[in-house]
Design a protein around this ligand. Structure first.
Ligand code: F3S
Length: 406
């Protein structure tokens, strides 16, 4: 792998341990992926979920700080496992806060959200960035036309050095479609886009899909819901929507060097089959309702408050009714009186974390209702939850009444 003299000096430890360990990570990944060299990146998004990183992650981040590590480029932070404002934290929760504080000392912005786009953190077209959190990469690549791989721990190395290996989504010819998905269904609303994303992700697997027939440009909330479900049900970091997304003005350009294959059809029938696959549970009592995955935007908070107000009653029963968002959206919603409406009806509006990225996560075997195909799969795998999947309105009704109705 070709390195500049400055990069070689970092790798040799001449600029300190944090930069040496970062260069070791980047060159190891780069060599494994046949990257010829490292390229500059303009921002990173870091996952520091304490439930996954534990004490080892805390120690690593604090050592980076102690030994002079400082981020070379802007870095935002994904959802963390506890609300920063919580009182009486456990040891694990305090460890999570220490990880966040270590990142802040190195220059990170404590955005604490899996949906940084609603906080205005949006790389520009053609920018090379290094973002972790699988749900962010499809939006960055496909909607914004910026370039990122689905980063993991290497995002911290990129934050320290401002570099990433030249491979994957950073290379033009790797950004072309390989699967054609014909959408013959009316898709409106984040929950329907979430379902479409789950199905498209599973159909595409490790190949970039081109969706044709979507018809209209999705809203940011719809794109985010689609991308999050797409990423977790498939394994690529990009999709195209023909005539809509910036690198797919038509099918020929979207497929680029690849031949346009015959289409796989998604229609109302296949979407209903996907809904049934996503939601194994039957109508009846619900333990937990979770909406706001990825973190709810202010528009989604307003819509939720309107639906709660329309239903005209406070929550009954023991069902835990979560609405997840980030701190800045929470504060905006609070200023508009939305938090009072939602909590007054019995909802729990969380900031910074969610039902599964949390030390206080959904208990094993719970019946969980959600409008997010990402939350559905995540809750199924981390908590073995029984999933009920439907529209936001259905979820809110279940949250208030404690009963799921098909
Ligand atoms: Fe975000 Fe939690 Fe969903 S971190 S993407 S709300 S599973």
């Amino acid at each position: 792998m070709k390195l500049t003299p400055n990069q070689q000096a970092m790798l040799d430890g001449q600029q300190g341990w944090p930069f040496q360990i970062a260069m070791r990570m980047l060159t190891a990944v780069g060599r494994a992926l046949d990257a010829p060299d490292l390229i500059p990146v303009t921002s990173t998004h870091l996952v520091i979920d304490g439930t996954a990183l534990g004490e080892a992650g805390r120690d690593f981040l604090e050592r980076l700080v102690a030994e002079g590590g400082r981020f070379a480029i802007p870095a935002s932070i994904n959802a963390i496992a506890v609300d920063r404002t919580k009182q009486d934290m456990t040891k694990e929760e305090r460890d999570q806060i220490r990880m966040l504080e270590a990142c802040e000392k190195m220059g990170a912005l404590p955005s604490c959200s899996c949906n940084p786009f609603i906080q205005g953190i949006q790389p520009g077209f053609g920018e090379h960035v290094a973002w972790s959190e699988s749900a962010t990469a499809p939006y960055v690549n496909s909607v914004l036309g910026a370039r990122t791989n689905r980063e993991g721990a290497t995002a911290v190395a990129s934050a320290l050095t401002g570099l990433t290996p030249r491979c994957g989504m950073h290379v033009d010819q790797n950004r072309h479609g390989k699967v054609l998905i014909q959408v013959d269904a009316d898709i409106t609303g984040a929950d329907r886009y979430s379902l479409l994303g789950a199905l498209a992700g599973r159909l595409a697997g490790d190949r970039i899909p081109v969706l044709d027939g979507v018809g209209k440009t999705p809203s940011i909330d719809e794109y985010v819901a689609f991308g999050a479900a797409f990423a977790i049900h498939g394994s690529v970091a990009m999709f195209h929507m023909s005539g809509i997304t910036p690198e797919a003005p038509d099918l020929a350009i979207a497929f680029g060097v690849n031949a346009v294959p015959g289409p796989v059809i998604i229609d109302d029938h296949t979407l209903e089959a996907e809904r049934l696959e996503t939601a194994g549970g039957d109508a009846g009592p619900v333990d937990v309702v979770s909406i706001g995955c990825p973190h709810a935007s202010i528009d989604q908070m307003r819509a939720a408050a309107t639906m709660v107000g329309r239903s005209g009653g406070a929550k009954t029963g023991d069902t835990v009714f979560y609405i997840h968002t980030n701190r800045s959206t929470f504060d905006t919603a609070d200023g508009e009186g939305l938090i009072d409406i939602l909590t007054g009806a019995g909802a729990r509006v969380t900031a910074d974390n969610c039902s599964v990225v949390s030390y206080d996560r959904v208990t094993a075997g719970a019946r969980l209702a959600t409008n997010s195909a990402k939350m559905a799969l995540f809750a199924k795998s981390v908590s073995d939850a029984e999933i009920l999947f439907g529209s936001t309105e259905q979820c809110i009704q279940a949250g208030l009444t404690g009963v799921w109705k098909d």
